[in-house]
Write a protein that binds this ligand. Structure first.
Ligand SMILES: Cc1cc2nc3c(=O)[nH]c(=O)nc-3n(C[C@H](O)[C@H](O)[C@H](O)COP(=O)(O)OP(=O)(O)OC[C@H]3O[C@@H](n4cnc5c(N)ncnc54)[C@H](O)[C@@H]3O)c2cc1C
Length: 341
């Protein structure tokens, strides 16, 4: 019988975040499909809230490594904790959320266990009695279905790809697994975290809408002038009202790097497309963006696509969008902001 281990770190308040609940959902479905047994393994400063949160997930054991030393993301202690948990569980398949913390520490755990690992996995299949994973390659253009004979097999599932586990909380008995930490493993100290203020944070993976700004916002308009400050104000007001995530085209972010007048809040992190990101928002709205293939390839997981462009022959009109509004984006977004206000 396969033993499936759900392995994750806890959040700072000791609970589990959405990526972890998604990985648990996948672990749970796999366990049912292969008639295996599910074991939970948690590490973090505090673990009991997380264990109680998922008490009714059907796991036969709840293993944990806890303590102040495991509270922050640190490669050496995260890897030590995960290794101890994996050895205690003796699982053949280990499923974890592909958070930055897990992506950094778990591949080395696979090496220590003489197992194998796949990161950025987007699905687990159990057809024909074999366990397979799906994963995208070549900038999300080709999807591979892979099987591995080597065990243990660590599978890191990309957040946003799975239906999260949900169920009632209860109190469970956690089995603590001891981990001896030498001073060498504690050399790195996390002195704090810095993050942009809520309004400066324009990339929001959990937002319902992706708003993509194209280079047209900074180009000369019908009056022969550019209107960059007005474009900035319109876009920021729109984002503020909708809490949408902000994407951009390559042209726009490249110009910023070359010192030209562009929207000040954009960086390369906002770039969507072949050489940018491939977001997974359910809806997308592009404005002043031409909709060229290298850009729209980054929209492949966006289910409902709309665009605003002055040009009725732009790329969006050629099968890239569900709806194209042939209109001036300055006027459209200004009116939308007025309605939202
Ligand atoms: C190898 C390679 C990789 C690439 N990777 C990427 C990538 O990852 N991401 C990416 O985005 N691009 C990428 N590109 C570039 C891509 O091909 C396009 O050049 C780029 O996406 C164009 O950006 P844009 O649509 O913002 O600008 P433009 O092509 O300049 O389009 C501006 C649009 O704004 C419209 N417009 C202007 N004013 C208004 C207005 N008032 N109201 C409404 N519409 C208006 C215009 O009609 C025009 O359609 C790549 C290119 C190559 C060669």
């Amino acid at each position: 019988m396969e033993t499936i281990l759900f392995l994750t770190h806890t959040e700072t308040d000791g609970s589990l975040g959405k990526p972890a609940l998604e990985a648990l959902g996948a672990a749970n479905r796999l366990t049912t499909a292969v008639s295996g047994q599910l074991v939970v393994a948690l590490f973090g400063e505090t673990v009991q809230p997380a264990a109680d949160q998922i008490a009714t997930c059907g796991a036969t054991r709840f293993l944990a490594v806890s303590g102040a030393e495991f509270g922050t993301s640190r490669y050496a202690t995260d890897a030590a904790a995960a290794e101890a948990l994996c050895r205690a569980a003796q699982a053949s398949i280990i499923i974890a959320p592909a958070t930055s913390r897990a992506n950094r520490s778990l591949p080395s755990v696979a090496f220590r266990l003489d197992g194998s690992v796949d990161t950025h996995v987007t699905g687990i299949l159990t057809e024909g009695g074999k366990i397979s994973t799906t994963r995208w390659y070549y900038r999300q253009r080709m999807e591979a279905v892979q099987q591995r004979a080597k065990r243990p097999w660590l599978i890191l599932l990309d957040p946003g790809t799975q239906t999260p586990w949900s169920g009632v909380a209860a109190t469970v008995q956690v089995e603590l697994v001891p981990v001896a930490l030498s001073d060498k493993l504690k050399r790195t100290t996390v002195t704090g975290t810095r993050e942009p203020s809520a309004d400066a944070q324009t990339i929001r993976p959990d937002a319902a809408l992706l708003f993509v700004a194209g280079a047209g916002w900074t180009k000369k308009q019908a009056d022969g002038q550019t209107h960059v400050p007005e474009a900035e104000r319109l876009i920021l007001n729109f984002l503020h009202a909708t809490r949408a995530s902000l994407g951009s085209t390559k042209s726009l972010v490249d110009w910023g790097g070359e010192g030209q007048a562009v929207l000040s809040f954009l960086t390369h992190f906002n770039q969507v497309g072949q050489t940018g990101s491939t977001p997974r928002h359910p809806k997308g709205l592009a404005a002043c963006c031409h909709g060229e293939e290298p850009h729209t390839v980054g929209w492949r997981f966006v289910t409902e696509r709309r665009a605003v462009n002055l040009d009725p022959n732009c790329g969006w009109a050629r099968g890239k969008a569900d709806v194209l509004y042939v209109a001036d984006a300055f006027a459209v977004i200004s009116k939308v902001n007025e309605l939202l206000a």
